[in-house]
Design a protein around this ligand. Structure first.
Ligand SMILES: [Zn+2]
Length: 239
């Protein structure tokens, strides 16, 4: 989403994951803020927050990193993720997490804050807190990787599509199915339903529809690469 002279992407009250990637603690320590964790697969760094939050964030990040890397969409340099004390400011509103392209950092609120400050149509309302939190990290990790791959501001709908796919991919299948039934209508989703208007009106449904659309693609990697390169763009509805 465009914000002035920089790009920031948030995870709106959405939010999951399955993953099984482990994290490696660089510095010993159990729960508090001075611990840095380096995620096992991506080598991204997590600071602030608790050991459990680090584990979930790393699982989400590593899942996205693995998913996109399997399609040749990679990021060479490790990224920083910081658990901050409260919801993250996003242009005057609050979000569970935000990727800021200025300092290439993802800021994410603590798990208990995300889970307790949920709203209607909030991911945390439909899936378990751990899965939701993991998926928030997966979502923002996609934005960071896409930024590193040169996606332009005008490609933000495609950017949100890939982030949503990464996020839903990280949700355990049973929970994901329940979530989709709660917020969208299972079945074929045409390209025309992936657009800025749908995102603005119902971001969680947009995310579910993105996943449903992606699920039926004959060649996932080809489509993702076409989105990143700009070869393919979702059409915008007339105003
Ligand atoms: Zn996003």
């Amino acid at each position: 989403m465009r914000t002035g002279d920089f790009l920031a992407y948030r995870t709106v009250p959405l939010g999951v994951a399955l993953a099984a990637t482990a994290c490696v603690s660089v510095f010993a320590g159990s729960a508090a803020a001075q611990t840095t964790t380096r995620c096992a697969a991506s080598a991204w760094r997590v600071t602030g927050g608790t050991a459990d939050e680090h584990r979930l964030i790393c699982e989400g990040v590593d899942q996205t990193s693995t998913l996109l890397e399997s399609c040749g969409i990679t990021r060479s340099e490790p990224m920083d993720m910081v658990v901050v004390p409260s919801l993250v400011d996003f242009c005057g509103s609050e979000a569970h997490a935000v990727f800021d392209s200025r300092d290439k950092t993802i800021r994410i609120a603590p798990l208990d804050v995300c889970a307790s400050q949920k709203t209607d149509k909030d991911l945390f309302q439909f899936v378990s807190p751990d899965a939701a939190y993991r998926s928030v990290a997966a979502h923002e990790a996609a934005h960071a990787i896409l930024d590193a791959n040169g996606m332009r501001p005008e490609q933000w709908v495609a950017n949100e599509y890939v982030a949503a796919v990464s996020q839903f991919s990280s949700i355990p299948p049973q929970e994901r199915e329940r979530l989709i039934l709660s917020v969208a209508r299972p079945g074929t989703v045409s390209d025309s339903r992936i657009n800025a208007m749908y995102y603005a009106l119902a971001p969680l449904r947009f995310a579910a529809n993105s996943w449903l659309h992606y699920s039926e693609l004959p060649d996932h990697c080809a489509f993702l690469n076409d989105l990143v390169s700009g070869e393919y763009a979702f059409a915008e509805p007339p105003l």
